[in-house]
Design a protein around this ligand. Structure first.
Ligand code: AMP
Length: 220
């Protein structure tokens, strides 16, 4: 199954992606993580992306489409994949379909903007493994230290309040046409994300199960 996760930055889709990836045994492809890794390594892609990312703007479509096409061609994607953070524009959504890698299901995680902004500004990320925490809602056992690998937790430069505002503006501008695009194709499903993490996961799995059942029924 090919799944797209939609939702404002910080809505919790990254956390759900990890759980779904384990449950369905398909990889998650998070364009933000790929770009951050490139920035850290100082590759040509990283150098081009850093300034754009720090301002909260979007990296050009052709770069993102190139990254995704290369990644989904890898062996571990043959049974499907989860896209987290891509598509971010209608052009990216259309490009996925044009290249035959369009999604079977789009899950849109929804929550009030103000709640998500509080989550983002309090988010701390492990600088080594990328695990995420929240200073109030999900603090690490030891202050500023990753529970998993023991490395230092940092505030991502694009989780700073000014950048968060811009990321929301960019997100809201691009989202409406993409939601319409996938709604018309009949594959858009809305998930209420303002619930404890496990409840959101249960909801997602229920939606995916019912899609699988109706696809199987159509086949027979
Ligand atoms: P994320 O971790 O998904 O919030 O992404 C962090 C930043 O990476 C975004 O604010 C963009 O600058 C860039 N980015 C990630 N995915 C995309 C994409 N699909 N298209 C354009 N820019 C992206």
């Amino acid at each position: 199954m090919k799944i797209i996760l939609f939702g404002a930055p910080g809505v919790g889709k990254g956390t759900q992606a990890v759980v779904l990836s384990n449950e369905l045994q398909i990889p998650t492809i998070a364009t933000g993580n790929i770009l951050r890794a490139a920035v850290k390594e100082g590759t040509q892609l990283g150098l081009a992306a850093k300034e754009i990312m720090d301002s909260g703007a979007l990296v050009p479509d052709d770069i993102i489409i190139g990254i995704i096409r290369e990644r989904v061609a890898e062996e571990d994607c043959k049974n499907g994949f989860i896209l987290d953070g891509m598509p971010r524009t209608l052009a990216q959504a259309k490009a996925l379909d044009e290249h035959g890698i369009g999604a079977d299901v789009v899950l849109s995680f929804e929550m009030a903007d103000e709640l998500i902004k509080q989550r983002l500004v309090g988010r701390r990320t492990c600088k080594e493994c990328g695990d995420t925490y929240h200073v109030v809602n999900n603090p690490p056992k030891k202050e500023n230290t990753c529970d998993k690998c023991g490395a230092e937790l940092i505030q991502r430069s694009d989780d700073m309040p000014e950048t968060v505002e811009n990321r929301f503006k960019v997100f809201n501008q691009n989202m409406a046409p993409m939601l319409e695009y996938y709604k018309t194709r009949g594959i858009l499903h809305t998930i209420d994300a303002d619930h404890p993490m496990q409840d959101v996961t249960d909801n997602v799995l229920r939606v995916l199960n019912s899609i699988e059942q109706s696809t199987a029924a159509e086949r027979n």
